[in-house]
Design a binder for this molecule. Structure first.
Ligand code: ITT
Length: 204
């Protein structure tokens, strides 16, 4: 069983669709450190959550964001704040129609587990094909898995998904115009979760 620490039900829905293990949503408010690096934010959150929840089961935290090329990566790590303050329609309007509309969605899933459970694979490096970084501290291993998808910022379309999905178009359709399954197959979170799923399979 995996305890997914998040207040975002959309993330949990996608994780349940993707991972081969049971996913329980835990609403714990970890400290989101200020960093331009999603991996740092997610890894710190996972480590703190694992410690504070007295976890006996692995814990996952995911940090994600929309990085708009023409806005030098804005809103990036501040995507949640900007979504709730400006709203996605205004983010779309921030991109000058004459400008490049390209953008990336990025996701980092950080997975915290008792270091003994992954001892061999982290020590001899066999897991390195799947995860993008691992830190072991005080008996807790935290592995991070990254995923990115490129697309374009467009006027809102579709009523599926969540967050910025209606203004992010990939391959002719916005993310909000796809089913969860179809979005997972190409999305930043789907790609990060796929790496985690491969890694979990290799642990068995
Ligand atoms: P947590 O409780 O997990 O932190 P959150 O929604 O605050 O949930 P983040 O801090 O990772 O999540 O912020 C990510 C922001 O990017 C937030 O505004 C999301 O709505 C948006 N976002 C992330 N993934 C997305 C996706 O797949 N589709 C649309 N918007 C997404």
């Amino acid at each position: 069983m995996l305890r997914f620490v998040t207040g975002n039900e959309g993330k949990v829905r996608e994780a349940r669709e993707y991972l081969p293990i049971a996913v329980e949503q835990v609403d714990y408010d970890y400290v989101e450190v200020q960093s331009d690096d999603l991996a740092v934010i997610a890894a710190r959150g996972a480590r703190e959550s694992y410690r504070e929840l007295g976890a006996t089961e692995p814990v996952a935290v995911e940090d994600s964001g929309l990085f708009v090329d023409a806005l030098d990566g804005f809103p990036g790590p501040y995507s949640a704040y900007v979504e709730h303050s400006l709203g996605i329609e205004r983010v779309h309007r921030l991109v000058d129609p004459e400008d490049d509309h390209r953008a990336s969605f990025r996701s980092v899933v950080a997975y915290a587990v008792d270091a003994d459970a992954v001892g061999d694979s982290t020590a001899d490096g066999t897991a390195l094909d799947w995860h993008d970084g691992v830190t072991v501290d005080d008996g807790v291993a935290v592995a991070t898995f990254e995923g990115t998808v490129r697309g374009e910022i467009v006027a809102p379309r579709g009523d599926g998904g969540f967050g910025y999905d209606p203004i992010f178009e990939h391959d002719g359709r916005t993310m909000a115009e796809r089913s969860t399954e179809a979005k997972n197959a190409i999305s930043h979170r789907g790609r990060a979760l796929a790496k985690l799923a491969d890694w979990l399979a290799a642990q068995e």
